[in-house]
Ligand binder design. Structure first.
Ligand code: ARG
Length: 587
């Protein structure tokens, strides 16, 4: 069943059409002001402009056209021509019962599903993941859940950074430590060992060491560059090493992402598209997409209307290496061949805006993809309380694993302070602290519109009061315990009859779920869904305070209110799931 807002939009659309005005003007939305009629339509004002008539007159004509509709309890015109609408009791009832009986808690699926590829996470092999990767992961994961729920076909790809200079650094540094490894013997003809010569700790140590040395010493940088070029031109020993580095990294990343509750369909990386690069470059040269400039092959992407100069994309350096833009273009080809997405979302830091503009324009120019089908879902930075990008106390970048464990620790303290999760065994308690800690960091991130920078403040994020993840989990837990109590007392759900103002307000809150999902998908930003979930929890809280459930006077009221509570829990849990959060059974 469509939402009440959509049902009313249909009714008012007909009314506008009946007086020869565009149907779209009949769009009805929930009122923004509380204490007024719950819905409004503002179409009379633009209609008046178009038809050169008085807006109040038009609004009155619309009221006349809908007079007698069974859907409307009352309607009036306010101010310059706002139409205020209160739906009939039967509309509230039918919608509440519909939501209660629906697995999707009232959100309809799209009738125009698309194939959407979501490129997010994007950690680099051997480099520690930092808080920017956390933001991409939390946001990207919520987006993949949202689009799937909406009914789109989604494929997610972690797109590992595994083909740049950092690989040359690793190869070079490892050779200094273990020069006798067969991978460095250019004449070696046998099978390379299947056991990796390094573990994740080695990788974490080797990369910073090499990059420091290269910063201090030009000659050393040249060695890493040469190793990168040799790797890229197919030196088998180096390719075998690369495979080890990638496998070791992936194993560690799978654990980190598993802990975070984030899933990827594909674990591909930049290196996977290397086999496509030679043909792609040859094709671009032949068709004149790429041109030679100072020994390098470039694609010019600037346009006359540009306000800021956009540098060309470097396809192949004068030294013969392919760069970040090269692998991104080849990846577009690869994805087209394997999935053929209608839309690709790149969930990456705003700082990479130029890079994506270059790639999208180059892809358009080369005819690989329509620029409109490629979207950089950019996001702002996560800052420390000093307002600068989040760093550890010693000035380094934060590691994801440390960040997660400090959130869980803080959540554990908070539970103790609040006297929650006390009477349970250690395992259950630890599981609750984990859910609370993860919800805290995820919700804190997602509730901001994505381009907003925010301050990482675990104290605030883990609070059980205010607009936080832990507050939402606690709200869900309260309903769960209420439902258990009802079951103990053999109270069963029945037909919903929302009569009290708080009951109807709760139905209105539930009614808005589908539109929150839709807006979150449209903006590629789950903050609207966060607002919805918070509003729903608050509406439930008011309802619960005003309308006794198990203590209600008669059985029908008990059954109705219990059904309303169960519907709220179902929708709240769906919201949490779409945000990548999970509520415990008790706390
Ligand atoms: N590895 C990159 C980084 O750490 C992010 C990759 C984003 N995705 C892409 N297709 N370029 O900055």
């Amino acid at each position: 069943m469509p939402s009440i807002a959509d049902q009313l939009s249909g009714l008012l659309g007909d009314a506008f059409a009946s007086i020869e005005l565009p149907r779209e003007l009949g769009r009805v939305t929930p009122s923004t002001k509380s204490g007024t009629a719950p819905f409004q339509c503002n179409g009379a004002m633009p209609a008046a402009k178009q038809a050169k008539r008085n807006p109040r007159e038009i609004a009155q004509a619309i009221l006349d056209a809908i007079a007698g509709s069974e859907m409307i309890a009352s309607a009036d015109v306010a101010g310059p021509g706002f139409i205020n609408l209160t739906p009939a009791q039967t509309v509230f009832e039918a919608r509440a019962r519909d939501i209660a009986g629906d697995d999707r808690a009232g959100a309809i699926t799209t009738d125009a599903p698309r194939k959407i590829l979501i490129d997010f996470g994007g950690p680099n092999v051997a480099k520690p993941m930092h808080v920017g990767h956390l933001r991409s992961s939390v946001l990207g994961d919520s987006l993949q859940r949202l689009f799937r729920f909406r009914g789109d076909e989604v494929l997610s790809d972690i797109h590992l950074g595994d083909w740049g200079l950092q690989m040359g650094h690793l190869i070079t540094e490892l050779r200094e430590e273990q020069p006798d490894l067969v991978y460095y013997d250019a004449d070696f003809a046998g099978d390379y060992p299947s056991e990796p010569p390094v573990d994740i700790e080695d990788l974490a140590r080797l990369y910073p060491l090499a990059s420091q040395k290269a910063k201090a010493d030009e000659a050393r940088l040249a060695v890493s560059r040469a190793a990168t070029a040799e790797l890229q031109s197919g030196r088998v020993g180096y390719l075998a090493l690369l495979r080890h580095f990638i496998n070791v990294s992936i194993a560690a990343l799978k654990k980190d992402f598993g802990d975070l509750g984030v899933h990827f369909d594909l674990w591909k990386g930049e290196s996977d598209v290397d086999p496509l690069i030679a043909d792609m470059v040859a094709d671009f040269k032949e068709r004149g997409v790429a041109e030679l400039s100072e020994g390098a092959w470039i694609i010019r992407v600037d346009e006359e209307s540009d306000k800021k100069e956009l540098a060309p994309l470097i396809l192949v350096t004068s030294g013969g290496a392919s760069l970040y833009g090269t692998t991104d273009l080849a990846t577009i080809l690869d994805r087209k061949a394997n999935f053929d997405p209608d839309l690709t979302l790149y969930v990456v830091d705003s700082a990479q805006g130029n890079h994506f503009q270059q790639v999208f324009r180059a892809a358009q120019k080369a005819g690989l993809a329509d620029a409109a089908a490629l979207d950089h879902v950019n996001f702002g930075s996560v800052n420390g309380t000093d307002g600068k990008r989040l760093r550890t106390r010693d000035g380094g970048t934060f590691r994801l694993a440390d960040l997660i464990s400090s959130a869980i620790e803080r959540a554990d303290q908070r539970l103790k302070e609040a006297g929650l999760a006390e009477n349970m065994d250690e395992d259950e308690h630890a599981a609750v602290a984990r859910m609370v800690g993860l919800a805290a960091i995820k919700f804190a991130d997602l509730q901001n519109y994505r381009t907003t920078n925010y301050v990482f403040d675990l104290d605030r994020f883990t609070s059980f009061e205010g607009k936080t993840g832990p507050y939402l989990l606690y709200a869900a837990v309260r309903v769960k315990s209420l439902l258990r109590k009802a079951a103990d007392q053999n109270v069963v759900s029945g037909e919903i009859n929302p009569v009290a103002a708080e009951e109807r307000d709760l139905v209105l809150a539930l009614d808005a779920f589908g539109s929150a999902v839709e807006t979150s998908c449209e903006n590629r930003a789950p903050n609207t869904l966060c607002d919805h979930a918070f509003g729903l929890a608050q509406a439930f809280s008011k309802f619960y305070a005003a309308c006794p459930i198990l203590g209600a006077q008669d059985d029908a009221t008990k059954a109705s209110r219990l059904a309303l509570a169960a519907a709220t829990l179902k929708q709240l849990e769906l919201c949490l799931d779409l945000l990548g959060m999970e509520a415990p059974d008790r706390m």
